[in-house]
Design a protein around this ligand. Structure first.
Ligand SMILES: [Zn+2]
Length: 151
């Protein structure tokens, strides 16, 4: 399962009751994305909540793909966001705190940790392949990304 399948809407029951509709717990579930993408009923949310929902939509759902929000961009962008937080030196607990503050979503620190670990392993494999293929500059770039992630 991808890490984006393990990102949850914080206070999703409260959100559902404000919106008077069902809100799935998973932030990247189709129905959640539809809700955010269509923006229907968002005016019923309190200010703090609405601001975060709109931030989430504008930061992750803003692509022009025809099948938006099912194009995969939201997940890719969110993973990029997680990697950026990691590159800033944040650990799994701090990453969860920041995503809650920023977007009112959360994950379990253990899931974030294994995501970061598997990221390092993926980059290690890519680094090895770039070496085999004779792309030393690519290999260096991958190694730098890996070291940043593993810090
Ligand atoms: Zn897209």
């Amino acid at each position: 399962m991808a890490i984006t399948d393990k990102i949850y809407v914080k206070n999703h029951r409260q959100l559902a009751s404000q919106l008077e509709t069902n809100v799935p717990k998973g932030a990247f579930k189709g129905a959640t994305l539809d809700l955010l993408f269509q923006g229907e009923g968002l005016e019923k949310l309190d200010d703090a909540t609405r601001e975060r929902v709109l931030d989430f939509a504008s930061d992750f759902l803003d692509c022009d793909c025809q099948d938006n929000p099912y194009c995969g961009c939201p997940e890719r962008k969110f993973i990029q966001y997680l990697l950026e937080l990691r590159a800033q030196g944040l650990g799994p607990d701090a990453i969860v705190d920041v995503m809650s503050d920023d977007y009112m979503v959360y994950a379990y620190a253990g899931d974030v940790l294994s995501f970061l670990d598997s990221g390092v392993r993926t980059l290690e494999a890519a680094e090895g392949l770039a070496g085999v293929d004779g792309h030393p500059e690519k290999q260096t770039a991958i190694r730098e990304a890996k070291d940043e992630l593993a810090r």
